[in-house]
Write a protein that binds this ligand. Structure first.
Ligand code: GLV
Ligand code: MN
Ligand code: MN
Length: 414
């Protein structure tokens, strides 16, 4: 393998190395501002420097590598993805995009090649929102849309984001310093596994993303009355879990009624949580997505109305906080064209497809135009340790990505 081409095996090995940095033994969980994230950042900073980039941690803990263009200080093509994971994750969601972009820069550096623009690779510190009930924190900071009120969000152990940032060595008051100026960023381009079955079904290694579906997330709290499981008659109960169960089914029913809509309750906590106590309090999350904003917003309204009616009928208190609202993020046609051209030049038919999953581009779109390349993943499985890709697809994707980077033409930007 010539040093001047991306080495798929190196990408593979680096994903495996990141996959070992986990709080979950025998699996992969790496959340925002954790010890494991510190270790991942250190690894990635080292890889960036070895690839010929200058590299630093920004004010929210994103890893940022920079490869200057033909002269120092030129605006950049920003690439990257996230380094955090969901709980019990696969090892490609996010990481593949960071590692592959670094590998492309390494290949350019090996050729001594400088481009008429700078390249930056960002490993975003939080995309998944696993720890603090707030998502896209790293990319929002870069886009300048980070909301200071989330600093008071707490994790499952009661640690606030503010305290966790301090413990990580970051200053919560200075997150604004991570924001980038529009004139310094020409575009954002992200390589990511598809996390769905379309490319596999069509026998394609890669595809061009057209848009990222919009999403609404809520945190719900239901307060009933805890009581003795043996003495409180069924007719007199205010059971928070029974009410939550009805809500979960209402969400499933509403979101199942339209093929483009998806709705999920992914986390549910029942308190006090004892075999002989009627549940007094339940907390759960809602995640509703669709490729069209009006479809999603109507479903959210209906679900909230249905939950209100359930709570009133069961005489429990319902509290709903919206934790995320992101509209459909359309990829820029000029970037789709250039990514498509790179795919075609590698001899792969150009397939365009939307993304059902969320990505950092949803936040970065407030800063600059976004484009994405999807890589086939086995059976479309993701957010699951069974997430799998092939070395051959990594090689194809990396060649496409390098070709896209080398031929990137910002003058096509409308
Ligand atoms: C992130 O991967 C999301 O789509 O929730
Ligand atoms: Mn994910
Ligand atoms: Mn991801």
């Amino acid at each position: 393998m010539s040093a001047a081409m991306p080495d798929a095996q190196r990408i593979w090995d680096h994903c495996a190395a990141l996959g070992r940095l986990s709080e979950l033994e025998g699996g992969l969980t790496r959340v925002f501002l954790s010890r494991e994230q510190q270790a991942a950042n250190d690894l990635v900073l080292g890889w960036m420097r070895a690839a010929g980039m200058s590299a630093r941690l920004d004010a929210i803990g994103n890893v940022v590598g920079r490869y200057e263009g033909e002269r120092p200080g030129l605006p950049c093509l920003m690439m990257g993805s996230h380094l955090d994971t969901v709980r019990d994750a696969g090892k490609y969601d996010g990481m593949l995009g960071v590692v592959a972009a670094i590998e492309c820069v390494r290949a350019l550096h090996a050729r001594g090649r400088r481009l008429p623009f700078a390249l930056e690779v960002v490993g975003f510190a939080d995309e998944e929102g696993t720890r603090f009930n707030a998502t896209l924190l790293g990319s929002r900071a870069v886009a300048g849309t980070f909301k200071a009120e989330v600093l008071d969000n707490v994790d499952q152990d009661g640690v606030s984001m503010r305290a966790a940032l301090r413990a990580f060595g970051l200053d919560p008051e200075k997150i604004g310093a991570a924001a980038r100026r529009r004139e310094d960023v020409l575009a954002y381009a992200e390589l990511h596994i598809e996390q769905g079955p379309v490319l596999e079904a069509e026998g394609l290694a890669v595809g061009v993303v057209t848009a990222i579906n919009g999403a609404t997330r809520c945190a719900v709290e239901i307060d009933g009355i805890a009581g003795h499981a043996g003495t409180v008659p069924m007719s007199l109960r205010q059971d928070a879990l029974a009410a939550a169960a009805e809500c979960v089914l209402a969400i499933e029913r509403r979101c199942g009624a339209e093929p483009e809509l998806v709705g999920t309750v992914g986390k549910l906590e029942c308190l006090p949580g004892a075999v002989n106590v009627v549940p007094g309090k339940v907390r759960f999350t809602i995640d509703i997505r669709a490729p069209r904003d009006p479809l999603r917003l109507a479903a959210v309204d209906d679900v909230l109305a249905a939950m209100k009616a359930i709570a009133a009928r069961r005489n429990v208190r319902l509290g709903v906080t919206k934790t995320h609202e992101g509209g459909v993020a359309a990829c820029a046609p000029w970037l789709m064209d250039q990514i498509g051209a790179a795919i075609a030049a590698e001899g792969v038919p150009v397939r365009r497809l939307p993304s059902g999953a969320g990505h950092d581009g949803m936040a970065i779109i407030d800063l600059t135009d976004i484009g994405m390349l999807f890589v086939r993943c086995e059976k479309g499985i993701s957010h699951n340790p069974a997430e799998a890709i092939t070395l051959a697809d990594v090689a194809t994707a990396a060649r496409v990505w390098l070709r896209f980077i080398e031929n990137f033409d910002p003058s096509r930007k409308p």
